[in-house]
Design a protein around this ligand. Structure first.
Ligand code: UDX
Ligand code: UDX
Length: 461
């Protein structure tokens, strides 16, 4: 069958954590659209075309299988697909810059710019370009300048349509979104492009959940959404330190505060700190933006969200060190979980990376276990292999260990046989529950010294 059966052709540049799942849902919900995901990485594309997808996301595999080869395609044939597209989503990565001006805080826009140039060179008819990657405010302006430079007479209309899905619940977040945000220019062609994009979402999203704004508000709202979420975590983590000092219990405080409907209950779980590819990067981006506009007190305010997150990870390591008699040299520590959150194999900016390196510096030997993240953990800890072991079975990881540090709240860790684990460990046996997942009283009764976050420790004298 040819392409004539499709009302529109969508191309997505970037087959990553955002591009892959987003396009899978659009293809599932809009059988009358042809959706093609392109990427510069042949390996990534091969993986999307295989039985082993490049990312783990609950519910993704079956949705890919349902439409792959029908109206969802993965290819490295970028230029030809761009030439054929009506709508192009830009989903390439936008990491924090590691060099030059703004290193460590500004966004590295080289991949977005390269993509824009490629679109300009290959587009053959008027095209809607959708920013899905998280970008600094007013990035659409730069994108527009690049796209309209040179001799190409094609008209490009730029929209901002940030992604709000969280990993692990990505499919649910996309199928039942809180809102879909579309930013556009207030011109006839801007409004027409916005309506085209709305048409796609209206296949499954109720109209009242579609929010339209100007381009800059949309770009900024993505940064601010993530900054607010991260700020709640740093707020509760800062209070967890007070709880540990005063014998207040962070879960009780969190519950009491969150019951106020003006505050709300979500995102108030204390832990070892937030990770993931977005929070740190987006706050740094916001801080850089504030500094660019000379808004230094505002920059300082948001920078503190990151400082508290770093402090929380440090506190966790220091608590392990001081509880294990101020020396970790030669001691074996089992790390339960390495992903930045459960139900994903993603380890980008995971607190586990920082904590592992700190423990390693103290000359501990690490046994790392995780149901899905071991391949990524191996990459993150390259060069540390002399004292880091990767062990799939948590029971084996804990064997002969002095201490367990739980860093990701995988639900399987809650139902392990901790008596069996305790029996196989060095004594005294310590457990640091960095996510307050476990039954602390039960662990204490087994014989463990137990250290939750933001609660009094349960120690045997
Ligand atoms: C996304 C967003 O795009 C980012 O801005 C947001 O803040 C977080 O999520 P993500 O999908 O997680 O990024 O990134 P990644 O999984 O690294 O995927 C990006 C893909 O783009 C990679 O597969 C990479 O090969 C591809 N890419 C990159 C291109 O195809 N072309 C390029 O020029 C650069
Ligand atoms: C986040 C945003 O939630 C999502 O809307 C956006 O599109 C991308 O960034 P993600 O990073 O995938 O999603 O996961 P999220 O569930 O937000 O968790 C981020 C981090 O915060 C994790 O490390 C998690 O463990 C931590 N967290 C979350 C807490 O420590 N406490 C909480 O109460 C909630």
């Amino acid at each position: 069958m040819g392409d004539s059966q499709f009302v529109k052709k969508i191309v997505c540049v970037g087959a990553g954590y955002v591009g892959g799942p987003t396009m899978t849902i659009i293809a599932n919900k809009c059988p009358n659209y042809k959706v093609t995901v392109v990427d510069i990485s042949q390996d990534r594309i091969d993986a999307w075309n295989s039985d082993e997808l490049p990312i783990f996301e609950p519910g993704l595999q079956e949705r890919v299988e349902k439409v792959r080869g029908k109206n969802l395609f993965f290819t490295t044939d970028i230029d030809a697909q761009i030439a054929d597209a009506d709508i192009i989503f830009v989903c390439v990565n936008t990491p924090t810059k590691t060099f030059g001006e703004g290193a460590g805080s500004a966004v590295d826009l080289q991949y977005v710019e390269m993509t824009a140039r490629r679109i300009k060179e290959n587009a053959t008819s008027d095209t809607i370009v959708v920013e899905k990657s998280t970008l600094p405010v007013r990035a659409a302006q730069a994108l527009g300048t690049i796209l309209h430079s040179g001799n190409n007479s094609v008209h490009f209309e730029i929209l901002s349509n940030p992604e709000f899905m969280a990993e692990g619940t990505g499919i649910q977040d996309m199928e039942f979104p809180d809102r879909i945000l579309i930013g556009s220019q207030d011109t006839p062609s801007g409004n027409a492009a916005r309506d085209e994009l709305m048409k796609i979402y209206l296949h499954w999203v109720p109209k009242e959940k579609l929010i339209t704004t100007n381009l800059w508000s949309s770009e900024l709202s993505k940064l601010v959404s993530n900054a607010f979420l991260a700020q709640r975590i740093s707020s509760i983590n800062s209070i967890s330190a007070i709880c540990e000092a005063t014998e207040a219990d962070i879960e009780e405080v969190s519950m009491a505060v969150g019951k106020d409907s003006r505050v709300g209950e979500k995102f108030l779980r204390a832990g070892v700190g937030f990770g993931g590819s977005c929070f740190r990067k987006d706050i740094l981006n916001l801080v850089y933006l504030c500094e660019h506009y000379q808004l230094h007190p505002v920059a300082e305010f948001w920078r503190q969200v990151i400082s508290i997150n770093d402090y929380q990870m440090d506190r966790f390591v220091k608590r392990i060190l001081s509880s294990l008699f101020n020396t970790l040299a030669g001691k074996k520590i089992a790390l339960f979980g390495f992903a930045f959150k459960p139900d994903t194999g993603d380890t980008r900016d995971s607190p586990a990376i920082y904590i592992s390196k700190k423990l390693y510096e103290e000359q501990a030997e690490l046994n790392i276990t995780d149901p899905h993240a071991i391949p990524n953990a191996k990459r993150d800890l390259q060069g540390f292999e002399d004292r880091v072991n990767f062990i799939e079975d948590p029971y084996k990881a804990a064997e002969g260990a002095h201490c367990i540090a739980l860093l990701t709240e995988w639900k399987e860790y809650a139902s392990l046989d901790y008596q069996k684990i305790y029996d196989s460990m060095e004594k005294p046996a310590f457990i640091f529950d960095g996510r307050n997942l476990l039954d602390h009283k039960k662990l204490y009764d087994i014989g463990f010294n137990v250290y939750p976050v933001g609660k009094p420790a349960l120690e045997h004298s």
